[in-house]
Design a protein around this ligand. Structure first.
Ligand SMILES: Nc1ncnc2c1ncn2[C@@H]1O[C@H](COP(=O)(O)OP(=O)(O)OP(=O)(O)O)[C@@H](O)[C@H]1O
Length: 238
């Protein structure tokens, strides 16, 4: 995944708000990257541009060999379904569907045949293979997030994007989910990009990127939570 001089301005004239100011970045395949920054620093805008949910005002986002900027909405929708997995803070599972149906729906929407062996492997990897017939309201928050991770993985996406994936979980469950992200990076080479406010969560990543006022304000490689917290303090008001 690559960003070349990405800027994003919302609105025009007096009402214009510039959320990203020239972000250039390479996210190597098979790595785990955390994105941190104070409130309003541009994290969500960054994630939306990478996900093809929003287009940069100038600059380009590349997913593998595909340049997202300039693509028509239908092509972007196909990329979002087939090549990007998204994990949300609130899990966003369909309450009327079982675990199995939640996971396979995404593949069906992407017009992909559901390979039973891969489906079983994905559900086993996230530890939910024994709960395939349950519905979300029969699962804990941590279990629901595991299903959401399986759903994001089932299409074998180029990138798994996670927006505050541990924001709704207690400390112990958060750590289990973060270990799971670490495992899918280390064991199946999945590229993961995660926005978080939590220094402990960020410490599971290979690289922690810091955004401030829409610009990259440095990075840390395999930092401890204390090193992340110290950098956060230097960057200002969180
Ligand atoms: N749709 C929009 N229209 C106008 N301004 C927007 C829009 N979305 C975001 N912004 C502005 O862009 C800037 C960056 O917002 P963004 O949501 O990307 O930051 P963030 O780091 O994700 O913040 P938070 O941690 O509070 O979620 C902010 O000034 C915000 O007010």
């Amino acid at each position: 995944m690559r960003l070349d001089s990405v800027t994003k301005t919302y609105g025009t004239g007096e009402n214009a708000v510039t959320a990203l100011r020239g972000i250039s970045l390479d996210v190597p395949r098979g790595t785990f990257t955390a994105v941190m920054g104070p409130s309003g620093s541009g994290k969500s805008t960054f994630l939306h541009c990478v996900a093809g949910l929003d287009q940069p005002t100038t600059g380009h986002v590349h997913l593998g060999d595909t340049q997202l900027s300039g693509l028509k909405e239908a092509a972007l929708t196909a990329i979002r379904r087939e090549r990007i997995g998204y994990v949300f803070q609130a899990y966003n599972l369909m309450s009327a569907l079982t675990v199995r149906q939640n996971v396979t729906l995404v593949a069906r929407l992407a017009d992909m045949a559901v390979d039973e062996t891969w489906l079983r492997e994905v559900l086993t990897r996230v530890g939910m293979h024994q709960h395939v017939d349950r519905r979300p309201n029969q699962l804990s928050g941590g279990q629901q997030q595991r299903v959401a991770i399986a759903r994001a993985l089932v299409t074998r996406p180029d990138a798994l994007l996670a927006d505050e994936p541990t924001g709704a979980l207690d400390t112990r469950t958060s750590q289990e989910v973060l270990k799971l992200f670490r495992q899918i990076v280390d064991e199946i080479g999945q590229t993961v990009l995660m926005v978080t406010h939590d220094p402990v969560a960020a410490s599971y990543a290979d690289t922690v990127l810091f955004l401030a006022d829409g610009q990259l304000a440095g990075h840390l490689n395999r930092p401890s939570p204390a090193q992340v917290a110290e950098r956060m303090t230097r960057l200002g008001d969180w």
